[in-house]
Design a binder for this molecule. Structure first.
Ligand code: R5P
Length: 289
C-alpha cells in the first residue's frame, strides 16, 4: 500500500501515510508553458494498493484535473487497486438539475472519477450523501463532526451549546455531540414582518453560555456571520465557529472575526490557516475496514 499526495492535500496525505505506516509518494509536477499540467508518479506502483489523496477546493478545475491524472496514471502503471480520497468534493452542491438545461456537475465528476479505473471513492461530509449513489464505483461518505467533537474540549467552554445555523446543520451538531457531550440545537429563521427576519435557537437558551456554531461548509461566511450577530443579541458569552470544509470564499474569515467570533476552526479537508483538526483518523479507519 502507498499514499500518493495530490498538491491540494499535501499535509493530510502525509498524516494518512504516517498513520497507515506506509510509503508517501509525492508526484513530480510542473506547468507546461501553455498552462497544461505535467505529472509523474516517481515510484513503483505496480501491484500496490494506491491511495490517491487530492481535495478539490479552489482552483477546483485544476485540482480536479490533477486528481483525474493521478488516478488514471496509478491505474495505468499497474496498481492492483486505486482508492480515490477526495476530502472536499467540489461541485457537490450542483447535484440535480434545478432548471432545465443545467449541468448536473456532481454526476459528471463521479462519472469521470469512475472512468479512470479507480476502484472506490471516499469523501467527507459531502453536500448530499444520497447523491453519491449515482457513482458507478463504491462511494462512501465519512463524518468529520465526531473528530471535531473530540477536539472541542481544547476550547475550555463554559456551559457549552452546539448550534447548527439552520435545520440542515442539526445533523452536524448531533454528530459532534456524540464525542462532546453538550446540549445542541439549531437556529430557526422566522419572518417577523414582510421586511423583517429574525433567527433564534429552536428551544435552547444561550444567554451567558459559550456557543459553538457548526456547519459543513463556511463559504462566504454569510450564514455564520448572521448567526453570530443574533447570538450576541441573545447574550451568548463566547461564540466559536467551526466547519468541516473551510471554503472561505472572498473575505469570509475577516467577516466572521469582525462579527465577534472568538475563534474560527476547521478540518484539513481543505488545507488552510484554520485547519486545526485532521480527518486522517476517519480516513485511516475507513481504509482499514
Ligand atoms: C448550506 O447548505 C451549507 O450547509 C452552508 O450553510 C453554506 O454553504 C454556507 O455558506 P456561506 O458561508 O456562504 O453562508
Amino acid at each position: 500500500m502507498l499514499v500518493i499526495a495530490g498538491s491540494a492535500s499535501s499535509n493530510l496525505a502525509q498524516r494518512i501515510s504516517e498513520e497507515l505506516d506506509c510509503k508517501l509518494v509525492r508526484p513530480d509536477s510542473e506547468l507546461f508553458p501553455d498552462g497544461e499540467l505535467y505529472l509523474k508518479i516517481p515510484e513503483e506502483v505496480e501491484g500496490e494498493h494506491a491511495i490517491v489523496v487530492q481535495s478539490t477546493p479552489r482552483p477546483q478545475n485544476d485540482n480536479f484535473m490533477e486528481l483525474l491524472l493521478l488516478l488514471d496514471t496509478a491505474k495505468d502503471l499497474g496498481a492492483k487497486e486505486v482508492t480515490a480520497i477526495v476530502p472536499y468534493f467540489a461541485y457537490a452542491r450542483q447535484d440535480k438539475r434545478f432548471e432545465p438545461g443545467e449541468a448536473i456537475s456532481l454526476q459528471t465528476m463521479l462519472k469521470l472519477i469512475g472512468s479512470t479505473g479507480a476502484n472506490d471513492l471516499l469523501t467527507i461530509d459531502v453536500h448530499e450523501e444520497k447523491a453519491l449513489k449515482k457513482a458507478k464505483i463504491p462511494a462512501q461518505n465519512l463524518q468529520a463532526m465526531p473528530l471535531i467533537g473530540k477536539w472541542l474540549p481544547s476550547l475550555n467552554l463554559k456551559r457549552p451549546v452546539l448550534l447548527g445555523p439552520d435545520q440542515g446543520a442539526l445533523k452536524y451538531v448531533e454528530q459532534a455531540s456524540r464525542s462532546f457531550e453538550a446540549d445542541y440545537d439549531y437556529l430557526v429563521k422566522k419572518r417577523e414582518s414582510p421586511t423583517e427576519v429574525s433567527m433564534e435557537p429552536k428551544s435552547m437558551e444561550v444567554g451567558g453560555r459559550d456557543v459553538v456554531i457548526l456547519d459543513d461548509i463556511i463559504s462566504t461566511g454569510g450564514t455564520v456571520t448572521e448567526a453570530i450577530k443574533l447570538l450576541k443579541e441573545q447574550g451568548a458569552r463566547k461564540i466559536y465557529a467551526g466547519c468541516t470544509h473551510a471554503v472561505l470564499a472572498e473575505d469570509a474569515l475577516e467577516r466572521i472575526r469582525g462579527a465577534g467570533a472568538e475563534e474560527v476552526f476547521a478540518t484539513d479537508t481543505i488545507e488552510t490557516e484554520i485547519s486545526k483538526i485532521s480527518v486522517a483518523p476517519s480516513i485511516v479507519e475507513a481504509i482499514a475496514e
